[in-house]
Write a protein that binds this ligand. Sequence first.
Ligand SMILES: [Zn+2]
Ligand SMILES: [Zn+2]
Length: 164
Amino acid sequence: MSDREFEGGCLCASTRFRVSGTAMSRCYCHCKSCRLAFGAPFVAWVTFPAAKFRLIRGELAQYQSSEGVLRGFCASCGTGITYSNQARIERIDVAVATLDDPGSLQPEYHIWVSHKLPWRPTTPICRVADERCRASSLTRNTAFASVRDLQASAAQHAVEPGVD
Ligand SMILES: [Zn+2]
Ligand SMILES: [Zn+2]
């Protein structure tokens, strides 16, 4: 996987960071804590060695969202940036969207799909729904069966518990 240097930062640009090393895993997390922390239906994370993460400007405020879990965010604008868990303190998760080049780290799997909302934007599920709206020949039941198939396939991607 990639072993290079990344930079990123928050919405107001007062917090900037640099992280390097091997991007150990990349996922979409559907857990409720991520959803509320970001005000978003799910969050894309990339995991790096914690020792390779450093702030180059500003400061991260931290919120303990559950036992042993600290979420780092910009104290000025609230952008969620990091997730660290005492159970695996040698690693840090960085919100992919805060990287300057987020498009280069596409998530590979989904976790906490048991918390997943029944809809997901920008996925084939949405495209199926759009087709149902436009194509009168496609019955309501057919469309829902397709959505169920896609959800079942997404559920099989669940790999790594422990991010909450
Ligand atoms: Zn900020
Ligand atoms: Zn999560």
